[in-house]
Design a binder for this molecule. Sequence first.
Ligand code: TXA
Ligand code: MG
Length: 364
Amino acid sequence: MKRTLIWKVNPEHPEPHHIAAAAEIIRRGGLVAFPTETVYGLGANALEAAAVRRIFAVKERPSHDPLIVHVASPAALDEVACEVPLVARQLAERFWPGPLTLVLPKAERIPAEVTAGGPTVAVRCPQHPVALALIRAAGVPIAAPSANRFGHTSPTTAEHVWEDLGGRIDLILDAGPTPVGVESTVLDVTQQPPVILRPGGLTKEELEAVLGQVALPKAKQLVVSATPAASPGLLARHYAPHTPLWFFLGPRMWALQQMGQLSRVWTAQGKRVGVIVATKDREYWSGSAVTVEILGDEQDTEGMARRLYGVLRALDQAGVDVILARDFGEAGLGLAIRDRLQRAAVRVVRPQDDDAPFLSDRDF
Ligand code: TXA
Ligand code: MG
């Protein structure tokens, strides 16, 4: 067990002595968890293979899942990637710093450990003063996955990082909750039109406004396989709470009815049920025995995204036996929320499922 330091830093104006010391840890091959605008990352010197291997070890992450390299400006693109197409430069100029990760051919100096042996590298410039200050002070690009154990819900607070990685890493920079709450959008710009490998904090609508057209991955890329997927973040059962989660992917009233019916059966059996719903669904659950977590107003997908991972962890801690969540559409950050709930689920229920009306006969 390692001694993990936790330093509180000002999210807007991080204390220079904390940043300098954290940067020194990175340069010496250590691991520092730091806030980005999306989620907390677990950073190491992206140019040092041994440091990068340590990330995989403490996260218990399979080595075939490549990492995102964080840089401090669009100009740094050429330090980590090569053959950068014009469209990538335009996107970087328009959306960086921000929650957009670009997949590009990798520069030679990036070790194979970072890219899981692949020919491409994922790069992003985060929009968080602490992250930017740390990258600049370190003077090297920082490889950083989300700072959670592999497969678990991503951390949006320093406490979440501590729960998953306390005693395993050198330092956690605590700047409070992260403002976006879901991970960056991963965009493959080696293909034309570019492909969204993972929907995230930058919306499809915002990308379309610049690119005209943007593609979503083909269904077969979403299938879990033993071989490395195009983006292993696409693996099923990822971003998951410990409690089994059922996701109801269909219209609001259908989903609420299914969830209501199931929760009545299960609570009658003495099971504890938690539900994740929107503000206007609240009255649907009045008087019921379930633990209700309100994600927010359905129109405010940014607010819902910000609260998503905290709510999943809260339901884990509440000790419920099962979590039921409904879909909130695909507008704005709805698509990213749907993606995470779908991957967190042990079961995705759709209206067209043959056995949907008989769900109550099943167990979880
Ligand atoms: O918001 C974020 O992206 C956060 C913060 C810390 O920056 N990072 C993050 O990293 O979510 P991670 O490792 O949890 O997710 C990175 C995703 C994974 O789905 C991975 O498979 C994909 O990016 N990825 C990384 N390199 C790739 C590559 N060369 N080609 C395709 N996908 C890649
Ligand atoms: Mg992750």
